[in-house]
Design a protein around this ligand. Structure first.
Ligand code: RP5
Length: 186
């Protein structure tokens, strides 16, 4: 992303590394957010923001199953040894990114189908969700809701072994419930 380059030296909790060349990586990252194109960032920034809000160290990269196949394979094959625990992979159209990433790692991979111009995301959804048996991709909803839920699901996975994160997730749910209960229609 052109957005925030090379805050790469920072490694405090919650720091997001966004890096166009994927050369700079966050040594403390637990979650990686990958997207097939910079054009996916407007959607995937919601996942980035949620992980930041929860203080989860993470990194964000553009890489493509089609346009940068070697980078996608190298990234996913080395992800576990770098300490990553969950990978979120977003792509649109013939959306193979999550499946390709999942093929190279044992880490849980959460797929987010992007809204596409031609088919409004139905193509992305089907090509992400319809993995043949043996290589799972946990597929979320199309677009913004999927981006948000992928980050919340990543947090829930991490929270299984992190009580403080679990408490934050519980508080988030309680606040969300409160907002609905207290909604006033004008
Ligand atoms: C996919 O193709 C990307 O994930 C994106 O959603 C879609 C279109 O990419 P651009 O042509 O906008 O780069 O690889």
């Amino acid at each position: 992303m052109a957005k925030k380059q090379a805050s790469g030296k920072q490694s405090r909790s919650g720091t997001a590394i966004r890096n166009p060349q994927s050369a700079i990586r966050n040594s403390s990252a637990l979650v990686a957010i990958l997207m097939g194109s910079k054009s996916d960032w407007d959607t995937m920034r919601h996942a980035d923001q949620t992980l930041t809000d929860f203080g989860v160290p993470h990194e964000c990269h553009v890489m493509s199953a089609h346009r940068t196949p070697a980078l996608a394979a190298e990234f996913s094959a080395s992800a576990e040894s770098r300490g990553l625990e969950v990978i979120i992979a977003a792509a649109g159209g013939a959306a193979h990114l999550a499946g390709v990433i999942a093929a190279h790692t044992l880490l849980p991979v959460l797929g987010v189908p992007m809204k596409s111009e031609a088919l409004n995301g139905l193509d992305s959804l089907l090509s992400t969700v319809q993995m043949p048996g043996g290589i799972p991709v946990g597929t979320l909803a199309i677009g913004k809701a999927g981006a948000l839920n992928a980050s919340l699901l990543a947090i829930a996975i991490l929270a299984n072994s992190r009580p403080q994160l679990r408490a934050k997730l519980r508080a988030f749910r309680e606040q969300q419930e409160m907002k609905v209960r207290e909604a006033v229609l004008d």
